[in-house]
Design a protein around this ligand. Structure first.
Ligand code: SF4
Length: 158
């Protein structure tokens, strides 16, 4: 009898822990604050997704200049070796858990600058969670990348 009660207690504790984790994940996915390292000809797309038509803020995504409060880094455009060091510094200053979304062919695979001595793909610098291809990726693709990241966070991946 006491063994059954003990097992039931474990089940209840397990369910409460699951529920707390789900609530925490839901709150994390609903308040993503990205720092943006957006450059090159991809950068106007950030204005599009921030504007009223695509409005990424409706998903709780609020670009923030303070690295200590951000949890996502949006990287687009050409990554030169010189800038890669700055991206690494930005990434290291962000608190855990932190995520990276790579946007556009240049950031993902050096794009049209694939044979340049001075460019790097972003996953040579920091670990990437979501890749959004395109040259440039359209605002819908940016939003899709953000929504996929939200789902990953809610499922507790990473
Ligand atoms: S992916 Fe295309 S649009 Fe974006 S920075 Fe590179 S060349 Fe420009």
């Amino acid at each position: 009898m006491s063994l059954i009660r003990c097992m039931k207690g474990k089940v209840v504790v397990g369910r409460v822990a699951d529920l707390i984790e789900k609530v925490l994940n839901w709150s994390k996915k609903s308040s993503l604050w990205p720092v943006h390292f957006v450059n090159g000809c991809c950068s106007p797309e950030l204005m599009q997704v921030s504007g009223p038509r695509y409005d990424m803020e409706r998903f709780g995504v609020l670009p923030l200049p303070s690295l200590r409060q951000t949890d996502v880094i949006l990287v687009s455009g050409i990554i030169t070796r010189k800038m890669a060091k700055r991206i690494k510094v930005i990434y290291e200053q962000m608190p855990e858990p932190k995520y990276v979304i790579a946007l556009g062919d240049c950031a993902i695979s050096k794009g049209v600058f694939y044979d340049s001595y001075s460019t790097l793909a972003i996953d040579e610098v920091v670990p990437v969670d979501i890749y959004v291809p395109g040259c440039p990726p359209r605002p819908e693709a940016w939003l899709e990348g953000i929504l996929i990241l939200r789902e990953k966070i809610y499922r507790g991946e990473k």
